[in-house]
Design a protein. Structure first.
Length: 568
């Protein structure tokens, strides 16, 4: 996998692949696929599947296809097709010339359906959807045969052809597989193969008015593409007997379906239906809202593909469902951003700091390192002048015990610049809010270090008032208040757990002057405030908007330390 240590534990899917390679089951081939439905945007759960399928192909010198399961024209849009391709490429993977669609195979799938009818293994059923549910039975009660189950092959072929020709309205007839209405697996109780749907398809137009169901299209698409290992999430485990039955009934090349546990992440929802509901109700700012777990949202928030790849590797591949703490994802992100993010001065809640003994027209430039974690890091020059901005929280009129920032009579270090000592402050007469802080500086401490050996405990970031760039900064919290948003009182729903304070917009923030040229997609560490990135939606030539990617505080590291025997 890209940028991931290859010396990772041998999870059960790798064990299966290595055994197949040893026995030459597929003549030494490894060929996977990622088969999204183009009916929404991909999320972090899909990212895990992308990393797994493409990663396995890379690791075993195989191939991975990108295939769109476009069998439901009502819900599919070209917008989703484009976004999915963008997401896969952004994550660092490429399908080369292996971009496919289930709709590529509509003619072949229709031919397979005809073969099942001719073999007496499929029939046209006229039961209504409600009647079909009634006949299907329950987990404890067997189903009942449809009264249309024993239609002749000739009648079924005729009706199926007429369905294809558009003679019947939607919902009046379906093609069903003839398997076993007494099966303990409900998926094997004569499942629907084709339904009538007079809807225009985004690729085939009005060529078809019958469309295959997912279970039917999926297994045969795998077979046509000569997939070796068809890797699915755990909810498809009960569908595997049907996957095998279809392929064996027609007698075609047979891939192996393997299921793994899907990714469930705390403090968010991973259901496309629920994400779509949030978008449609405008409870979030579209599919790429940076609070959503969609890949588009994570990208807009400033996540890196490297961090997501490492996260996917660390959570591993399991056989049973569990919820992964979102703190682990944030930890992987901080690890990556700490290495690559440029350090900048940004004051989010500014108050003026006036250096009384600094020349009124004085101006000098101090040197700042761009990333102290990089031994080859470049440096930049920052303007320093008489009037600066500092964070409002970095000053207290009456400081509490062990407050090491600025207060009357206290001395602190201005990062990269000088020691300053507070001499006074001014307040707004109406609001009582501090509007200006006065201080003096020690010219002998240039660079932020004292030649006489005295030390200060507080270091503040700052921005020169005359050179500051104005910006809007968006602080982002978790979208939901509880780890499991679906945990609601009777009669409630997951939206009851939305966090009303998940977005806080700060106007009038002050950034160092070089940020006027900030690039979308570049990560910045606002010193002492966290990691941020320029917003791709609301930033313009005349307005800078930044999203908070993740705070500096690392709750996952605390969790890990607490689990160690010595607490260290």
């Amino acid at each position: 996998m890209n940028n991931v240590d290859s010396a990772t534990p041998l999870h059960f899917i790798k064990a299966i692949i290595e055994k197949d390679l040893e026995t030459q089951k597929y003549k030494g081939r490894v060929h996977t696929r990622f088969p999204p439905e183009p009916n929404g945007y991909l999320h972090i759960g899909h990212a895990k599947s992308i990393c797994l399928n493409f990663g396995l192909a890379q690791e075993y010198n195989g191939l991975c296809n990108l295939r769109f399961d476009d069998t439901n024209p009502i819900k599919e849009e070209e917008e989703y097709v484009n976004s999915i391709q963008e997401d896969v490429k952004w994550l660092g993977f490429d399908w080369d010339d292996r971009l496919y669609y289930a709709s590529d195979y509509f003619h072949q799938l229709y031919a397979y359906a005809l073969q099942l009818i001719e073999k007496g293994k499929a029939y046209i059923c006229d039961l209504s959807p409600d009647e079909m549910r009634e006949y299907r039975g329950t987990l404890t009660e067997p189903g009942k045969n449809s009264p249309y189950r024993d239609r002749s092959v000739e009648e079924n072929l005729d009706l199926f052809q007429r369905m294809k020709n558009g003679e019947f309205p939607d919902g009046t007839r379906v093609l069903r597989a003839k398997i076993d209405m007494n099966s303990s697996n409900l998926n094997m109780r004569d499942p629907v193969i084709y339904r009538i749907l007079h809807a225009s398809h985004h690729r085939t137009g009005d060529q078809w008015c019958i469309y295959p169901m997912y279970d039917f299209a999926h297994c045969f698409s795998d077979s046509i593409e000569r997939i070796t290992h068809s890797i699915c999430t755990l909810e498809f485990e009960d569908h595997r007997p049907l996957y095998d039955w279809f392929l064996d009934a027609v007698g075609v090349y047979h891939p192996q379906q393997i299921e793994f546990a899907r990714l469930n992440l705390s403090y968010t929802v991973m259901s496309k239906r629920k994400l779509n509901e949030l978008v449609k109700l405008k409870l979030v700012d579209g599919w790429n809202d940076p609070r959503l777990p969609t890949i588009a949202g994570l990208r807009r928030r400033g996540y890196t593909p490297q961090a997501i790849q490492v996260f996917a590797e660390r959570i591993g591949v399991a056989k049973s469902d569990s919820i992964v703490d979102i703190a682990l994802l944030e930890y992987c992100l901080r690890e990556d951003l700490n290495k690559v993010a440029l350090r900048v001065m940004a004051v989010l809640d500014p108050v003026k700091l006036v250096i009384e003994n600094y020349p009124e027209d004085g101006l000098e430039y101090v040197e700042a390192i761009d990333n102290p974690e990089d031994p080859d890091s470049s440096t930049r020059k920052l303007p320093f002048s008489r009037v600066l901005y500092i964070e409002r929280d970095d000053f207290k009129e009456d400081p509490p015990h062990k407050y090491f920032r600025l207060a009357p009579g206290a001395e602190v270090r201005l990062k990269h610049a000088y020691y300053v000592t507070c001499t006074g402050y001014e307040k707004d007469e109406k609001t009582g809010e501090v509007v200006e802080i006065r201080c003096t500086y020690d010219p002998e401490t240039r660079g932020g270090w004292s030649s006489d050996g005295r030390k200060v405990k507080g270091t503040l970031h700052w921005v020169s008032a005359a050179h500051a760039v104005n910006a809007e900064v968006r602080l982002l919290d978790r979208l939901f208040l509880v780890p499991n948003p679906d945990d609601v009182l009777e009669g409630g729903n997951f939206k009851d757990n939305l966090n009303p304070n998940s977005l806080k917009i700060l106007e009038g923030c002050k950034l160092e002057p070089g940020m006027v040229d900030a690039k979308i997609g570049t990560s910045y560490q606002f010193l002492r405030n966290g990691y941020f990135t320029k917003d791709s939606k609301y930033s313009t030539n005349h307005k800078l908007v930044f999203n908070q990617t993740v705070p500096l505080r690392d709750s996952w590291a605390k969790i890990e330390n607490a689990q160690k025997p010595d607490g260290k």
